[in-house]
Design a protein around this ligand. Structure first.
Ligand SMILES: NC(=O)c1ccc[n+]([C@@H]2O[C@H](COP(=O)([O-])OP(=O)(O)OC[C@H]3O[C@@H](n4cnc5c(N)ncnc54)[C@H](O)[C@@H]3O)[C@@H](O)[C@H]2O)c1
Ligand SMILES: [Fe+2]
Length: 409
C-alpha cells in the first residue's frame, strides 16, 4: 500500500483566549491581510497592538471582498513588495486568509505575478515558500478551515463563467493557526449558518470521497457529528460560547481532514454557482450537497451508509439509511434558516436559466482531463461518480434549484 502524508501547521492555538498566542510570535515587520467587515470589528487593531507591543512594525491590507478576485490578491502582493514583511497574517474568514496565502506565494516568487492565471495555478504547487516570511492565519469564521489547509481559492472574473479556482500546495499550510472562538462570536446568524454548513460539507464530502484513512476519518467524523449537534445552537444564540467553541474547533478539524484528504463534486459545482450568482460559499455548498450525494450513491454507497451510521442515523438497508442521512442534512438547513431550494433564495429564475447551460458545460469540461474517459461505459462512469454529459450535470443543478434530489439508483 503506498504511504500517505499528513500535513498540519507547526502550531495550532485554539480555544477561548487563543489570540494571546500572537504575543509569542516574534515578528519585526508584520503585514495583516483582512476585510472591511473584520476591520470594523476592531480585530485588525487588536492584532496590530499585540504585535506593536513587542516593537513590530505593522501594515494592514483591508480590501478583501468575499470570494476574492485575482486583482485583490495581486494588490495585497504589491503592498507586500513595498512593505517587505517577515510575517504575513491572514485575519478573517476564508477570503482574507486565502488572499494572504496568495499574496505570500507571490511575494516569495514574484515571477509568478507575471504569469497568466492558469499558468499561476499550475506553477503554484511547485514553489517554495518561507524564504522571506512566515504565515500566521487567524480564523474569525467557523467555516473554511483555511487556517490549517494547504488550499486557497481565488476567482478570475475576466472570464465567463468566472473561474473560481482552488489551488493547493503543502507549502501553503500556515506556520501558525489561531482559532479563538471569541473572534467568531460576532458573526450574525446568517454568516454563522453559511460558514458552519461549509464546515459540515468539508467533513462529510471528505469522508465520502477520501480512501479510508485512520488519520483523516476520525477528524472528519468527529467534526461532522459536532456540527450536526452544535451549529443550530450557535445560529440560535451567537453568545453561546460553548457552541462557538465547538463550532470553531470542528471547522478547523474538518479543514485538517479535507486538506489531507479530498473534496470533489459538491465543492466543484458550488464554486460555479457561487461565483456566477454571488451565493456565499457555504450556502452554495448547502444547495449542492444532497443532489450531488444522491448522484454519488451508486459509486459511494458503502461510505455514505457508513457516514449515516457514524452520525447515529439508521435504516433497514443502505438506501433507507442514505435517504435518512440526506433528510438529516436538509433538516439541519431548516433549523438554521438556509432554504432547501435555490429558487427560494431570492435569485431570479431568468438569471438562473441564462447561466445554467454554460455553467453545466463548464463543469462537465473539468472531467475531460480524466485519462481514457471516452472508453468508460455509462455504468463505469456512474460507479466513479463521473457525470456522462452536460445534461446530467444540468439535471443535478436543476435539483438544487428546485430543492429536490434524484433517485438513489
Ligand atoms: N482555503 C481553503 O481551504 C478554503 C476552503 C473552503 C472555502 N474557501 C474559500 O473561503 C471563502 C469564504 O470564506 P468564509 O466562508 O469564511 O467567508 P468570508 O471570509 O468571505 O467572510 C464572509 C463575511 O463574513 C464577515 N465576517 C468574518 N468574520 C466575522 C466575524 N467574526 N463577525 C462578523 N462578521 C464576520 C466578513 O467580513 C464577510 O463579510 C470563499 O472564497 C471560499 O471559496 C477556502
Ligand atoms: Fe468549502
Amino acid at each position: 500500500m503506498p504511504y500517505r502524508r499528513f500535513v498540519v501547521p507547526r502550531t495550532i492555538a485554539y480555544g477561548p483566549g487563543a489570540l494571546e498566542h500572537l504575543s509569542t510570535v516574534s515578528a519585526q515587520r508584520a503585514m495583516i491581510v483582512t476585510d472591511p467587515g473584520v476591520r470594523a470589528l476592531g480585530l485588525a487593531e487588536r492584532v496590530e497592538k499585540t504585535l506593536q507591543s513587542s516593537n513590530a512594525e505593522t501594515t494592514v491590507f483591508d480590501n478583501v471582498e468575499p470570494d476574492p478576485s485575482k486583482e485583490t490578491a495581486w494588490a495585497a502582493f504589491a503592498l507586500a513588495q513595498e512593505f517587505k514583511p517577515d510575517t504575513i497574517i491572514g485575519l478573517g474568514g476564508g477570503s482574507p486568509i486565502d488572499t494572504g496565502k496568495t499574496a505570500w506565494l507571490l511575494y516569495e516568487n514574484p515571477d509568478l505575478a507575471e504569469k497568466s492565471f492558469l499558468e499561476f495555478l499550475m506553477e503554484a504547487r511547485r514553489r517554495e515558500l518561507r524564504k522571506k516570511a512566515r504565515y500566521v492565519a487567524i480564523a474569525t469564521t467557523s467555516g473554511t478551515g483555511s487556517e490549517v489547509t494547504s488550499a486557497a481559492v481565488i476567482t478570475d472574473r475576466s472570464v465567463d463563467p468566472p473561474n473560481k479556482a482552488g489551488y493547493g500546495s503543502v507549502q501553503l499550510v500556515p506556520d501558525i493557526a489561531i482559532a479563538d472562538p471569541e473572534l467568531a462570536s460576532s458573526m450574525p446568524p446568517a454568516v454563522t449558518a453559511n460558514t458552519g454548513y461549509d464546515a459540515l460539507v468539508h467533513a462529510v464530502e471528505c469522508y465520502v470521497l477520501t480512501p479510508p484513512s485512520d488519520m483523516v476519518d476520525p477528524l472528519a467524523l468527529w467534526a461532522a457529528r459536532t456540527i450536526m449537534e452544535w451549529l443550530p445552537k450557535a445560529v440560535e444564540n451567537g453568545a453561546d460560547m460553548e457552541a462557538r467553541d465547538k463550532m470553531h474547533l470542528a471547522a478547523l478539524q474538518a479543514g485538517i481532514a479535507f486538506s489531507n484528504g479530498r473534496l470533489g463534486m459538491v465543492h466543484g459545482m458550488a464554486h460555479l454557482i457561487g461565483a456566477t450568482h454571488h451565493i456565499p460559499h457555504g450556502r452554495a455548498n448547502a444547495f449542492m450537497l444532497c443532489p450531488v450525494f444522491a448522484f454519488l450513491y451508486t459509486g459511494y454507497k458503502a461510505r455514505l451508509s457508513a457516514l449515516a451510521s457514524h452520525l447515529g442515523i439508521g435504516g433497514k438497508d443502505d438506501r433507507t439509511k442514505v435517504t435518512n442521512l440526506l433528510k438529516a442534512f436538509d433538516d439541519l438547513k431548516k433549523k438554521i434558516d438556509i432554504p432547501l431550494a435555490i429558487e427560494a433564495s431570492g435569485l431570479e429564475e431568468s438569471e438562473w436559466q441564462a447561466h445554467l447551460g454554460p455553467i453545466a458545460a463548464s463543469y462537465a469540461m473539468t472531467f475531460s482531463r480524466i485519462p481514457n474517459l471516452s472508453e468508460l461505459s455509462p455504468e463505469a462512469r456512474r460507479a466513479q461518480g463521473i457525470p456522462g454529459s452536460d445534461k446530467e450535470v444540468e439535471a443535478i443543478f436543476t435539483h438544487a434549484w428546485n430543492g429536490t434530489r434524484g433517485e438513489l439508483a
